[in-house]
Design a protein around this ligand. Structure first.
Ligand SMILES: Nc1ncnc2c1ncn2[C@@H]1O[C@H](COP(=O)(O)OP(=O)(O)OP(=O)(O)O)[C@@H](O)[C@H]1O
Ligand SMILES: [Mg+2]
Length: 309
């Protein structure tokens, strides 16, 4: 992965809302982040830590008040003249934290076609893209003719994500997309994101409050805390910093806690990359227990250890 090109780079980025006014509110401080093409990145952090602000800087909705934001071939700097951002927005899609922000037309279909038409696609292609995005989100085609505000919370969320995917962005950013989805829909969405990333080479940034839902899929994690990017690294490094997550307002996933406990007891595990799924983890632990001359009761012991700490 190291030779892949950098598609997003934030250098010493500050962002203050309503800068220079009596209502100025500092949201980001000295943020340095780098994302390579084709990476699936999870973004975690407590409430108000700057996650949504960060995503809005990457697609140019906000301009930094300090430092620079490089995205594909655009460089965004403080006070630059209103940049021409249509080409950036076409290539960098953002699904907002609140899906209502996407849905302003009187039918779902028009909302889904808005991006493709706005970016210059012919009507027929826009219509095909809309239907395809709807299918990718496992929504019924009958919904195309409905008013967006008559959809359920989960359907609205999916339609909002579909409206971003319909334009075919190469960088897809989603701000807490799983917030109103049930567990099956969450898993489906994450599988879709993995496909977009692994098979189509798109770069994915997803904000989540549930680190555990994305742990098996994310190549990298960014943790925001009080406006600073306090961590950027892979799942193994994240596991190594599990003790700090609570202080950053992030619930420690059971899987990380369990792996940390076992690696501290069986040093031979610490040379392995952290298994991505609970099943793989149980297998690795069992092998290590047997190798260490255990009685063969690996899975039970593992459950005990994970449950009692
Ligand atoms: N429009 C705004 N005007 C003024 N301050 C804002 C605005 N939007 C966000 N902020 C402030 O900027 C900081 C970062 O907010 P942001 O929405 O980026 O956090 P977040 O990590 O996305 O939080 P959450 O998990 O609640 O969505 C917070 O202190 C917030 O109060
Ligand atoms: Mg937010």
């Amino acid at each position: 992965m190291s030779e892949r090109e950098t598609v997003i780079e934030l250098k010493n980025v500050d962002y203050t809302y309503q800068a220079g006014s009596p209502f100025a509110a500092a949201a980001l401080h000295d943020v340095n982040i780098r994302v390579r093409r084709g990476t699936l990145v999870g973004i975690a952090g407590g409430t108000g830590s700057g996650k949504s602000t960060l995503l809005q800087l990457v697609n140019g909705l906000l301009l930094p008040t300090g430092g620079s934001v490089s995205v594909l071939d655009h460089v965004l700097t403080p006070g630059m003249k209103k940049p021409r951002l249509n080409s950036l927005r076409r290539r960098v899609g953002l699904s907002f934290q609140f899906p209502e922000q996407h849905l302003f037309e009187d039918t779902v279909e028009k909302d889904l076609m808005f991006g493709p038409l706005n970016f210059g696609m012919p009507r027929e292609e826009a219509q095909n893209r809309a239907a395809e995005a709807l299918r990718a989100m496992r929504l019924d085609e009958a919904l195309l003719k409905r008013h967006p505000l008559t959809l359920s919370g989960g359907q609205m969320r999916k339609a909002a994500i579909a409206s971003v995917l319909a334009a075919g962005p190469e960088i897809v950013m989603l701000d807490e997309p799983t917030a109103t989805l049930d567990s099956a829909a969450r898993r489906e969405l994450i599988s879709l994101l993995e496909r977009l990333c692994r098979e189509e080479g798109r770069t994915i940034l997803m904000v989540t409050h549930r680190v555990e839902e994305l742990l098996h899929a994310a190549d990298e994690w960014i943790v925001m805390h009080e406006g600073r990017a306090v961590f950027q690294g892979g799942p193994d490094e994240l596991a190594g910093r599990a003790g700090e997550l609570g202080g950053w307002g992030v619930a420690v996933p059971e899987q990380l806690r369990c792996w940390r406990e076992w690696t501290s007891r069986l040093p031979q595990l610490s040379s392995l990359p952290m298994p991505r799924t609970a099943e793989e983890m149980a297998g690795a632990i069992e092998r290590a227990v047997r190798g260490a001359g255990g009685s063969g009761g690996g899975p039970e012991r593992e459950e005990n250890l994970c449950a009692t700490n």
